[in-house]
Structure formats: structure tokens, C-alpha cells
Design a protein around this ligand. Structure first.
Ligand SMILES: NC(=O)c1ccc[n+]([C@@H]2O[C@H](COP(=O)([O-])OP(=O)(O)OC[C@H]3O[C@@H](n4cnc5c(N)ncnc54)[C@H](O)[C@@H]3O)[C@@H](O)[C@H]2O)c1
Ligand SMILES: OCCc1c[nH]c2ccccc12
Length: 296
């Protein structure tokens, strides 16, 4: 199994920092329901494998309870800290963000994270709740504990409320994004305000939301580029300047996904996936929080 030959592209954020456009997630397949102190050795091994293959962007969250594994794998990898891009998120301890970041850093065995995100806006009863939380995030960035700060699962109304009092514009919004959930108004808002987009669940259209209207075209592209639909899906994000965050416990799959760095879709192909994807709506995460028909 080869290491990546073609480097993963990076995206420049509005604060001047750069984020690798392919990330390895420690949620979904990995997050733990039980005892956080019980180390998931399989996960540590998988993160080490990902790092070895060239995944230097690692996505965590306090709620996944996998920060200890992430910290261990980073330590064991021997890769210099400054080469890695580590994200974590706050939601459980949103009421005390200053303590939450310190607790996360301790579990990660790190002095700083590259990106700290508010995991979701659903804690907020009012706009002031969103604004207060964001001011705390700005304080985290000022203290140097996070190089960049951003949000996740925010809709335009949450961003609008946040921006009313923000001193720092969120660097990124991490959202569920794939052909069957494209959020046109939200992406337009991001563009207007210089907020980058990161996609979680980028494989959904070819995995859990399949079958669907993109299938036949995906097959044609698989043939043309000699890659799998997963890599087409990741490239479809990257070609739209969207950071893709995937995961797998299988080394072969992780290795294959890296092929998304070796080709580019044409503008027509990007548009065709877009148009075919618009014919179906699918949301896989936070389904009890978002309005079922909300496509913003
Ligand atoms: N901010 C958030 O609220 C939020 C929500 C969900 C996920 N995330 C982050 O994003 C990461 C990636 O999310 P994801 O797992 O939904 O991404 P994804 O769409 O890339 O799916 C990856 C999953 O699909 C499976 N898969 C791959 N190929 C498959 C195939 N051919 N058939 C069936 N299954 C296949 C993989 O084994 C893996 O479990 C998470 O680990 C987490 O870090 C964040
Ligand atoms: O970000 C992953 C999705 C998610 C939503 N709520 C959770 C609770 C525990 C673990 C993951 C999640």
C-alpha cells in the first residue's frame, strides 16, 4: 500500500491559515457511547495508518469521546506537530468554552488545535446565546489555544446573528454536504462573507443515500478516471473549494481515497453531478434538529 504521491491541496482560510482539503474523521464510525477512558486501540491504529498514508488533517470533537485516541496516535506517529492540522469541537461544555478547550487539549496532549469549532447552533435559545459563545471562541483564539476558529452545522440565520457582534468572521462552517444536500443559500452566504466550507458525510450519495439519480453518471466517471465513486465524490467537493472530511477503518479505502488528489473534474462534470444531485434530498445527521425539508 503506497503513501500518497500527489500532495493533498490546501485551502487558504480568511485568517491566513491553510487547511488540507482532505480530512480524516474520528466521529461517525468511531465515536464512543460508553467509557471515554477505555482506549479504542483499533481507532488509535487507524489514525496512525491515516497519518502514515498522508492524512495530516484530523477531525475530532469532545462529543465523540475520541480525543484521547487522537492524541495517542499523533504522539505515536512521530510526525512534527506543525505538519498536522488538528480540529476539535465544543458542544457538551458550550457553557464554559475556556475550560472546554483546555480539557480537549489535555486529552489531545497538545498545546493548541489548528481549528476549534462550535459543533452545532442548537444549544442557543436566542441570538445572544450564539453571540456570547462566539465571543468566547474569539477569546480562545486570542489566547493562542486555537489558531483558527469556526462553526459547524450553522444555517444562514445562525451566521447572521453571530456576525452582528463578531470581531472575527468564522474561518469555516463544517456542514453535511454531498450531491443530495447542497445548501445553495448557505454556500452563497459563505462566499459573500469569506467563510470556507467543509463537508462531512461527503460520500453519502454513493454510500448510505444510494441508489439515486447520480449513480449512472458516477459510473461513467469511475470508468473515465479509473477511480471509485468515493474518490469522485471527494473530488467534487475539492473542485468546488470545499474541504472534504471522510473516514474509514479500512486501510485500502483510506489509501484509495487519496487518489482524489490525482485528477480534476471538468466544470461540466461538476455541474452535471450538481444537477443530478438536486433531484434528491437526503440528510443523514442531526435529523432531529433540522427541519426535514430544510435545504438551506
Ligand atoms: N460536524 C458534524 O456535526 C459532523 C457530523 C458527522 C460527521 N462529522 C465528521 O466527518 C467525518 C466523516 O463523516 P462520514 O463518516 O459521514 O463521512 P463519509 O461520507 O466520508 O462516510 C465515511 C463512511 O462511509 C463508509 N463507506 C465508505 N465506502 C463505503 C462503501 N462503498 N459502502 C458502504 N460504506 C462505505 C466508511 O466506512 C465510513 O464509515 C466524521 O468522522 C466526523 O469527524 C462531523
Ligand atoms: O458530529 C457527528 C454527529 C453527532 C451529532 N451528535 C453526536 C453525539 C455524539 C457523537 C456524534 C454526534
Amino acid at each position: 500500500m503506497a503513501n500518497i504521491d500527489t500532495p493533498i491541496p490546501a485551502l487558504k482560510l480568511n485568517d491566513g491559515n491553510s487547511i488540507p482539503m482532505l480530512g480524516y474523521g474520528t466521529g461517525t464510525a468511531w465515536y464512543k457511547s460508553g467509557d471515554e477512558d477505555k482506549i479504542d486501540e483499533k481507532l488509535v491504529e487507524s489514525i496512525q495508518t491515516a497519518i502514515k498514508l498522508g492524512y495530516y488533517h484530523l477531525d475530532g470533537a469532545e462529543v465523540y469521546k475520541t480525543e484521547p485516541e487522537l492524541g495517542m496516535a499523533i504522539k505515536k506517529s512521530g510526525v512534527a506537530r506543525e505538519k498536522l492540522f488538528v480540529t476539535t469541537k465544543v458542544i457538551t461544555n458550550i457553557a464554559d468554552i475556556q475550560n472546554a478547550i483546555k480539557t480537549s487539549l489535555k486529552k489531545l496532549q497538545l498545546d493548541y488545535v489548528d481549528l476549534y469549532l462550535i459543533h452545532a447552533p442548537f444549544f442557543a435559545k436566542t441570538d445572544s446565546d450564539l453571540q456570547r459563545a462566539w465571543a468566547e471562541m474569539e477569546a480562545v483564539q486570542s489566547s493562542g489555544l486555537a489558531k483558527s476558529i469556526g462553526v459547524s452545522n450553522y444555517l444562514p440565520q445562525h451566521l447572521e446573528a453571530t456576525l452582528k457582534t463578531a470581531k472575527v468572521v468564522p474561518a469555516i462552517n463544517q456542514i453535511e454536504f454531498h450531491p443530495y444536500l447542497q445548501h445553495p443559500p448557505l454556500l452563497a452566504f459563505h462566499k459573500q462573507h469569506g467563510i470556507a466550507t467543509a463537508a462531512y458525510g461527503p460520500l453519502s450519495a454513493v454510500t448510505k443515500a444510494a441508489p439515486g439519480p447520480v449513480d449512472d453518471f458516477m459510473k461513467a466517471l469511475e470508468k473515465k478516471y479509473a477511480v471509485s465513486a468515493a474518490e469522485i465524490s471527494l473530488r467534487w467537493c475539492i473542485d468546488q473549494d470545499i474541504v472534504a472530511i471522510t473516514t474509514s477503518g479500512k486501510e485500502q479505502r483510506l489509501s484509495d481515497y487519496l487518489r482524489c488528489a490525482t485528477f480534476k473534474l471538468t466544470p461540466t462534470e461538476i455541474k452535471t453531478i450538481k444537477e443530478k444531485g438536486e433531484q434528491k434530498h437526503y440528510r443523514g445527521f442531526w435529523t432531529n434538529k433540522f427541519d426535514a425539508n430544510d435545504r438551506s
